[in-house]
Write a protein of this length. Structure first.
Length: 252
């Protein structure tokens, strides 16, 4: 999540400062919709030059429609040489020390014939999405033991098997090493039980179906056994979910 603080705005640009909440890292961002004439756009080039004094050496993203091509390959038709408007745009980009980042998708993002089936739908512009590399380095989630696992049949045997492994060293080192060795089997035991909430919902529907069938045929011994088995499994799943939620509520 980010916070956006508007610093200034004009009829051609909105300048803001973005703060990444998790890391408090910041960068500047300007949203551009340049004028249609070369004369009006000159005001924008001057404005961007002044805003550079605010940004200085910080990260700065400029997005939007500049209404003029930066490079010859950015336009499909017209002269084969750069005109004055393009030169002024390129000169502005050079002065404020920014560059055109790489992109994927459509080469030409504006057209004068918004008809037919086109990626830009009903608009004459194609949408652009800027992806910023993650500001937070991904870290492995810390190990967390869920108490409901201690009530499972496999739990005691699993702990005994890994705790009886011989480890050389001081007593505290042995204890820590054995506890670390239990992380992987505990994670597997948790994974084997799947999503507790989905499991409860699934078993509830299955138990309902069996009980409805038993209601139509109360004398069916197979249905009675099936209903008893589902009832036991459903009760255990509900208890697992309850223990899980109680622990989560205490932690949160």
């Amino acid at each position: 999540m980010v916070d956006l603080m508007v610093l200034s705005q004009s009829n051609q640009a909105l300048h803001g400062k973005v703060v990444h909440k998790a890391t408090t890292k910041t960068f500047f961002c300007s949203f551009i919709y340049a004028g249609n004439t070369q004369y009006v756009r000159r005001q924008l080039w001057t404005e961007l030059g002044l805003h550079k004094l605010v940004v200085r050496d910080a990260s700065w993203i400029l997005m939007g429609d500049f209404n003029v091509a930066l490079n010859m390959e950015d336009t499909y038709s017209g002269s084969s040489t750069m005109n004055l408007a393009m030169c002024e745009f390129k000169d502005c980009v050079s002065k404020i020390e920014v560059l055109d980042i790489n992109s994927i998708g459509l080469d030409y993002t504006w057209n004068q014939k918004p008809r037919g089936v086109m990626p830009y739908r009903i608009s004459d512009h194609s949408l652009a999405v800027l992806t910023i590399p993650s500001l937070v380095s991904s870290k492995p989630k810390p190990f967390k033991f869920y108490n409901f696992l201690s009530h499972k049949n496999k739990f005691q045997d699993l702990v005994s098997t890994h705790w009886n492994v011989q480890v050389e060293g001081h007593t505290m080192f042995k204890v820590v090493s054995k506890m670390r060795a239990l992380k992987k089997p505990f994670r597997k035991l948790l994974h084997d039980h799947g999503n507790l909430h989905d499991k409860v919902i699934k078993l509830r529907h299955e138990l309902d179906a069996v009980q409805k069938a038993l209601d139509f045929n109360p004398a069916d011994l197979n249905l009675r056994d099936e209903e008893a088995a589902y009832n036991m499994t459903f009760t255990e799943a509900k208890l697992d979910e309850e223990r899980f939620l109680k622990q989560k509520a205490k932690v949160d």
